[in-house]
Design a protein around this ligand. Structure first.
Ligand code: GLN
Length: 425
């Protein structure tokens, strides 16, 4: 699950807590490879803002966690550095793309994992590994020092065994940072307890969910209603059906431009023959060192932005994004949170993933993508166990209201017991 790990914990232990960082967050003392062979050997001369803030607060960075190459994936099977295994069952996926981060949060007690989500990469692995994963509002946490996937979508968040761990440390990483202008217009973080009265459950979210995962989600809603006295309302959010294709157009468009900088000159690996024409040199380094999924996304993203196709794909996707934002705003005016299952199935076996087509893998993200497209904060909490594997519930709230999510997660933990592998049940 770690792509690099500290050699030895310093004995002078003046550290207050330990944490790990997903490998797309720059760190001085470890390589930063974002799961890609093309960044092999890259040692940034600086720390990403969330990393430097945790260190300043007394945190010990113990290592970098494995991930899908540049965040491209849902099962952590697209890393250039091996595949992390699910702590509940090593034949199954950890989820992606922050798979290593979720496994570390699950296996290590009192551990804080920094993760990153573009289209669900915190919620998905949190759900598959049975931990809590908070994805903040877009712009709440500085992206300075993050290896970009899609700049209009990327968010740094936290995975841990409980919401209280996240609540303790989230204020440290949140807040404006002059190095990332998108973080500078945020309102003050308010984590005071708020009253939670009403949960909206979109009808569209109950389609194509594995029956046992749906049952475990419905049981969780019953507990919320009966034991926490929260009203549950069925609503409709039609754009949930279109958010997924819009996301893949926008995310790959942004990714394909971001990947242009990896050409064997400035970061990471070098090619062997520098006497080649520069075009041949760049092509040979990129062909050799990008994985299959990265190449697929460069093609897809470049195509969607091409003159002649831009109106049909990129601009249309932008308008779906706007509709998704308005749809959520309408529902969140009347309800405190929107709840759905996090993933449509439990963590799949690697043998099952091998048989999946790319489009089937993308489809698995249909519930984690929409809040990301809208820049809304969301949290995934374990809500049941099917075949001894965890299932997750995803809660989405209004922009900047991370406090609501941590509050409802805390109430949930008062009535539902999480399980961890190896622990006495
Ligand atoms: N699975 C989605 C993708 O591959 C989301 C990944 C992410 O959030 N980094 O784009």
């Amino acid at each position: 699950m770690f792509s690099e790990l500290i050699d030895e914990v310093p004995s002078d232990s003046s550290f207050k807590f330990n944490f790990s960082a997903k490998d797309n967050l720059c760190t001085i003392d470890f390589q930063t490879r974002a799961g890609s062979r093309i960044l092999d050997g890259y040692r940034p001369p600086f720390d990403a803002t969330p990393v430097s803030r945790l260190r300043r607060a007394g945190g010990l960075l113990i290592g970098k966690t494995n991930m899908d190459e540049f965040g491209f994936g849902t099962f952590c099977t697209n890393s250039g550095y091996g595949v992390p295994r699910n702590p509940f069952d090593i034949e199954r996926s950890c989820g992606g793309s922050s798979g290593g981060a979720a496994a570390a949060a699950c296996l290590l007690e009192d551990h804080l994992s920094l993760g990153v989500s573009t289209g669900g990469s915190i919620s998905c692995p949190a759900s598959f590994c049975g931990v809590v994963g908070l994805t903040p509002t877009y712009g709440r946490v500085s992206r300075y020092g993050l290896v970009d996937y899609g700049n209009s979508l990327d968010k740094v968040g936290i995975l841990a065994r409980s919401s209280s761990m996240i609540k303790n440390h989230f204020p440290t990483i949140a807040g404006s940072d002059p190095m990332d202008p998108t973080s500078c217009a945020q309102p003050t973080l308010d984590l005071d307890d708020t009253q939670i009265d009403s949960i909206a459950v979109p009808r569209e979210a109950m389609e194509n969910i594995h029956p046992s995962v749906r049952d475990s989600f419905l049981r969780a809603l019953d507990i919320m209603r009966d034991q926490l006295s929260i009203d549950i309302h069925e609503v409709t959010i039609p754009s949930l059906r279109f958010a997924l294709p819009a996301y893949y157009v926008l995310a790959t468009s942004e990714a394909s431009t971001n990947l242009a900088r990896y050409c064997g000159m400035r970061f990471g690996v070098r090619g062997d023959d520098v006497t080649q024409h520069f075009n041949d040199y760049f092509s040979s380094v990129r062909s050799k060192n990008f994985g299959k999924e990265a190449k697929r996304r460069i093609l897809l993203g470049t195509y969607s932005r091409m003159v002649g196709f831009r109106n049909r794909y990129y601009l249309k996707a932008l308008s779906v994004r706007q509709t998704t934002i308005s749809d959520y705003a309408r529902v969140l005016k009347e309800h405190d949170v929107v709840a759905t299952p996090t993933m449509p199935f439990i963590a799949p076996r690697f043998s099952e993933i091998e048989r999946m087509k790319p489009i089937e893998m993308y489809r698995a993200d249909f519930l984690t993508v929409p809040p990301n497209l809208a820049g809304l904060p969301h949290i995934s909490v374990p809500c049941g166990y099917v075949d001894s594997m965890p299932t997750g519930m995803q809660l989405v709230s209004r922009h900047w209201s991370e406090g609501t999510l941590l509050n409802i997660a805390n109430l949930w933990e008062g009535v539902f017991q999480y399980r961890f592998p190896g622990a006495q049940q």
